[in-house]
Ligand binder design. Structure first.
Ligand SMILES: *Cc1c(COP(=O)(O)O)cnc(C)c1O
Length: 393
């Protein structure tokens, strides 16, 4: 039944998904899966959330798209919600994470250019992930993503994540920005330490460098705060968002404080970015996440998930190396087992999880997941661990 006229860019799981409801999805044969992938941290309200469906229907009937040559209410409203609930400042809308970062890169270059023609360098972390278009790819310091596509964009240099001493020698008048994921996602759910982010913020202030936080994966309520940086109390100059923002509808955004808000007409643009349909989705998602008790619930469920996985680690100490993460963004690093194989077996057993670098399994369920469903998922994880012959203590 799989009729692939598609480019060979993914190792897909062997079934055809058809529909979803809440934290469950069904394939065309009627098999049901618990969704702890959530479109890789996208379906924050789960599948077919009634409020999201109804706001999309309503907006589709009024106007789906309109050029950025005109003002629209959904775009103005979403920008205000994002600005007021993050770093203040101004918003630019895009359609994906990589575009959000491309925008931040251009913003940083222009910021630097206004100070000196040589202030163009951007520093990012080894094992970071910022996207796959050439600018973002140049910031994504991982040979496996970059190798086939060189030469990359000039002016990127890399430091070791969580090691401020690896940044200091790279600081000069030429650096315009430092780009960081507060919690690295693709490389295996690796949180920054608080000291590290505080030190980087200081360096940026001392040398007139913009601090860009890429919260494409760790933002949108995932950690139990609206944005991950709010767990650290370190405030960036530029914040990039995408994945969860539209709850499944493609939309991303860049938020820049007054210092970083340097674009003028014709510097940047996007045909689709911030169109009324996508923004109506973003408004609904933000309104739901900001409802009283929503984020506290994410924290509680995150603690439950992490505790259950820690228990699993005690049961299977030879197989599980480490449990990491905050809120509903949890990674389980495996010891000898391949994360890909582990995820494939979970899939067979009816659980969707995402493998990541560092031989890690990512748990990124909808933020609306039920406690009962976390327990069910843990039963499947236990079954899979037993299958792989993990020694139970
Ligand atoms: C997924 C991701 C991106 C890229 O987003 P796309 O929408 O796939 O372009 C960028 N940064 C981080 C941290 C991500 O997790």
């Amino acid at each position: 039944m799989i009729d692939s006229c598609l480019m060979n860019t993914y190792n897909r799981f062997p079934s055809i998904l058809d529909h979803g409801k809440g934290s469950l999805v069904w394939d065309i044969e009627g098999k049901v899966y618990l969704d702890f992938a959530a479109g890789i941290a996208v379906n924050v309200l789960g599948h077919s959330h009634p409020k999201l469906v109804s706001s999309l229907k309503k907006q589709a009937e009024r106007m789906i798209h309109c050029s950025n040559l005109y003002w629209t209410e959904p775009q103005m409203k979403l920008a205000r919600i994002l600005s007021e609930n993050t770093i203040g400042g101004k918003v630019f809308f895009v359609n994906s994470g990589t575009e959000a970062n491309e925008t931040a890169i251009k913003l940083a270059r222009k910021f630097g250019r206004k100070i000196s023609p040589n202030k163009f360098k951007i520093l990012s972390a080894v094992n970071s992930f910022h996207g796959r278009t050439l600018g973002s790819l140049s910031a994504t310091a991982q040979p496996k993503y970059q190798e086939a596509f060189t030469p990359l964009v000039d002016g990127f240099e890399y430091f070791q994540f969580n090691d401020v001493d690896s940044i200091k020698p790279k600081i000069s008048e030429q650096v315009c920005a430092i780009m960081i994921e507060p919690i690295q996602g693709e490389s295996g759910i690796i949180p920054a330490t608080k000291e590290f982010l505080i030190e980087v913020r200081k360096l940026c202030d001392e040398h007139n460098i913009l601090l860009i936080f890429d919260e494409v994966q760790c933002g949108m309520g995932r950690t139990g705060k609206l944005f991950a940086y709010q767990n650290y109390g370190v405030i960036p100059d530029v914040l990039t968002i995408a994945k969860g923002l539209g709850g499944g509808v493609p939309i991303g955004a860049v938020i820049a404080n007054e210092k970083a808000d340097v674009f003028e007409p014709s510097d940047h643009g996007s045909t689709f970015g911030g169109n009324p349909l996508a923004c109506s989705a973003g408004i609904t998602v933000m309104e739901e996440i900001l409802k009283e008790g929503f984020l506290q619930r994410v924290q509680k469920l995150g603690d439950l998930l992490k505790n259950e996985l820690e228990k699993m680690k005690r049961k299977f100490p030879t197989v599980i190396k480490e449990i990491r993460g905050i809120g509903l963004m949890i990674g389980m690093e495996l010891n000898q087992l391949s994360a890909k194989e582990f995820a494939a077996t979970c899939f067979e057993e009816g659980l969707l999880v995402v493998p990541a670098g560092n031989n890690t399994i990512r748990f990124l369920p909808p933020l609306t997941i039920k406690q009962k469903q976390i327990k069910e998922a843990m039963k499947i994880v236990q079954k899979v661990l037993e299958k792989f012959g993990g020694t139970k203590s």
